[in-house]
Design a protein. Structure first.
Length: 327
């Protein structure tokens, strides 16, 4: 069997940082932060916004002013590839929409930031397999997981726990056919086919790549332990949450919205990047409200519904927010 080429380390770390620092991500294991690990910015939800949808399919929120409505579709941050969902409401709202606003993607790393990123990654590499740095019990668990993934010890050639955790979770999610791009990828395609303009912001992540090397050791180890636990527990929780999402069960969909990514809040620059992405998403929706008619926005569930999240920010600006329970 021919093994697919491994992704470049910088692209792997960039993707993981973008997912983890900017957007909440799905998981199956609760986190008890270690001492010195920053608190999760999406830990507290605005409970009155967590409402089961009354229409067929996934839940929608509405942000409106006098003459415009932006229909906001909350989506999972991790889901099975090519997951199925009732698109009836989406298709109706796509007709005549002014724009479709998507979560930021694809990732972009400016060349000017790449040299620093390369230096940072070089600091993480080691000829010693990461498992050699672990206690006997954790080493046995890690070896068992990487064995199931079909990966050799030298694939995790680092002494940095966070770097090892990022690579492990990437390998696990690839094998389990879990993705952070669905259903957003499909929505983009449908919007393009309908000739509706798509807005999707990109960021230069070069400066953030060095955060892996500078993350405190305690925070890095918490992240690795969470990655290992997620890989051990398997994809059943994510699949169940995706099924809940598909029928408008917001609480059920949020059951899998916790993971090792939240512990990356301890990485330097993480809090500022998280706040920036939420502010940018809220600003994009506010701009769409300036054009009479309607638009669609797609936002991942935790950043959408958390205190200080996208809807909370828009409500504080005076926009009317309606929940999925209000037809």
């Amino acid at each position: 069997m021919t093994r697919k080429p491994a992704p470049h380390p910088l692209s792997l770390i960039a993707a993981a940082l973008a997912l983890s620092l900017g957007l909440g991500a799905a998981a199956q294991v609760p986190l008890t932060p270690a001492q010195g690990v920053a608190s999760d910015p999406d830990a507290v939800l605005v409970e009155e916004l967590v409402v089961t949808g009354r229409l067929p399919g996934p839940a929608w929120w509405r942000v409106s002013d006098a003459d415009t409505t932006v229909y906001v579709l909350g989506v999972p941050s991790l889901a099975p590839r090519q997951m199925q969902w009732d698109r009836g409401v989406f298709d109706r709202r796509l007709q005549g929409a002014n724009t479709v606003i998507l979560p930021f993607r694809p990732l972009r790393v400016k060349l000017i930031g790449a040299p620093l990123a390369l230096v940072s990654y070089a600091r993480l590499k080691s000829r010693t397999p990461f498992e050699d740095t672990l206690d006997a019990s954790t080493r046995a668990r890690f070896v068992a997981v990487r064995g199931r993934l079909g990966q050799p010890a030298d694939r995790y050639g680092t002494r940095n726990a966070l770097a090892a955790g990022l690579r492990l979770i990437g390998d696990y999610r690839e094998q389990a056919r879990l993705t952070d791009t669905d259903p957003t990828k499909l929505i983009r395609l449908l919007a393009q086919q309908a000739k509706v303009p798509v807005e999707q912001k990109t960021y230069d992540l070069g400066p953030l790549l060095s955060a892996v090397a500078r993350t405190p050791a305690a925070a890095g180890r918490v992240c690795f332990d969470q990655a290992l636990a997620e890989a051990e527990s398997g994809p059943a929780g994510v699949r169940e949450a995706a099924r809940a999402w598909a029928v408008g069960d917001v609480r059920g969909a949020l059951d899998a919205e916790r993971s090792y990514e939240q512990c990356l809040a301890g990485a330097p620059g993480a809090a500022a990047f998280d706040a920036r992405t939420k502010a940018d998403q809220a600003a994009a929706i506010a701009r769409a409200l300036r054009t009479p008619g309607h638009a669609i926005a797609v936002v991942q569930l935790r950043p959408l519904l958390s205190q200080g999240g996208v809807l909370d920010r828009l409500r504080s600006q005076g926009f009317e927010i309606r929940t999925p329970g209000e037809l």
